[in-house]
Design a binder for this molecule. Structure first.
Ligand code: PMV
Length: 338
């Protein structure tokens, strides 16, 4: 039997209204609703080939063979699709991120979205995009949101993510100010479980998050920058407060992160349309308007401790890519001698 292959591309997403915490219902359902923006220039391309000759799944991420937990998470996701299609073949997975991996830049979101899309289509599964979000979400909850472009919501304890608005709804810009590009010290799932168990602020977060989500959602629908800015920053601080009030603390923020929080707040008061958000890492994502993006980018480039600034606009839906041309390109990246 010839291997069954497909290749897909998905963009990362950044939550404007955050989720942090799993539902007691299990199945990786989220304890609070979230709303994200898919980002056009943070992309993962993944090729999956199911091959009867393989004894186990092999996963290569950015040219490195994954072992241990990383590979287990990929195998667990592929197992869901193998069970659905009753196809027991193991797979060869090759994945490339065009941005720093596991630094709070949502590489697991684009990674699991691209993996789900490519693997499902390789196995001939013709389920809808929305149904695929249910599978991707079980690999990484935020990945459910990366199957769609534009503005995407994942309601509390929902099985599937849905599109709130397409990318062209609102031409905002998200600038990612990288202050540390290494892998994060505490993975998000472990961090969430620990927070839920030990932070006295976690119940308050569960109570507040749905209201903040509604604020951000209305702001996005009305294209009201100030409303989204205040809601997104509040959501960010509420989430990080549960993290660093856990015991021992989960503290992702670094000095330059906090300096940027001060600076962005002062700049917004001075009339710049800018707002910050941070995820499970120290990097700061700054939301601004398209008209103001150049000025914000120049400011961020001059901030001490910021090593890189990535500019992102609302990104597209995850897509399938042709195997032909793309394969050559991927091989060249993985092995420059090819
Ligand atoms: O679903 P995960 O494991 O990628 O966790 C994502 C958590 C945050 O990025 C901090 C918030 C969010 O809603 O994306």
């Amino acid at each position: 039997m010839t291997p069954a292959s497909a290749r897909a591309e998905a963009c990362a997403n950044i939550a404007l209204a955050k989720y942090w915490g799993k539902s007691p219902l299990g199945n990786n359902l989220t304890a609070v609703p979230s709303l994200s923006l898919t980002l056009d220039s943070l992309r993962t391309r993944t090729e999956v080939s199911f091959d009867g000759a393989l004894r186990e799944d092999s996963v290569v991420l950015n040219g490195e063979l994954l072992q241990g937990k990383g590979r287990e998470r990929v195998t667990a996701l592929l197992d869901l699709l193998r069970a659905l299609t009753q196809d027991s073949r193991r797979a060869r997975v090759q994945s490339l991120n065009d941005f720093p991996t596991a630094a709070g830049l949502a590489s697991s979101a684009s990674g699991f979205a691209a993996l789900t899309f490519a693997a499902a289509r390789a196995l001939g599964l013709s389920t809808s995009r929305e149904q695929l979000t249910s599978i991707a979400r079980q690999g990484s909850a935020s990945a459910g949101r990366s199957l769609f472009g534009g503005f995407v919501e994942l309601p509390k304890e929902a099985d599937t993510a849905t599109r709130l608005a397409p990318p062209e709804h609102w031409p905002v810009v998200m600038l990612v100010a990288v202050v540390a590009a290494g892998p994060k010290p505490i993975a998000s799932t472990g961090g969430m479980i620990h927070t839920a168990l030990t932070s006295p602020y976690y119940p308050a977060w569960l109570e507040a998050a749905p209201r903040v989500f509604e604020e951000v959602k209305q702001g996005v629908l009305e294209r009201d920058f100030e409303r989204v800015a205040l809601g997104m920053e509040h959501s960010t601080r509420l989430m990080h407060a549960t993290m660093f009030t856990s015991l021992p603390p989960v503290l992702y923020l670094k000095g330059p992160t906090v300096e940027l929080m001060h600076a962005i707040t002062a700049r917004r008061h001075a009339g710049h349309p800018e707002a910050y958000t941070m995820d499970a890492g120290p990097n700061v994502k700054v939301l601004t308007t398209r008209e103001h993006a150049q000025e914000t980018e120049e400011f961020l480039r001059g901030v001490p401790g910021v090593t890189q600034v990535l500019r992102c606009a609302p990104g597209p839906d995850a897509t399938l890519l042709s195997l032909e041309g793309e394969l050559k390109e991927a091989q060249a990246i993985l092995d420059p001698a090819v």
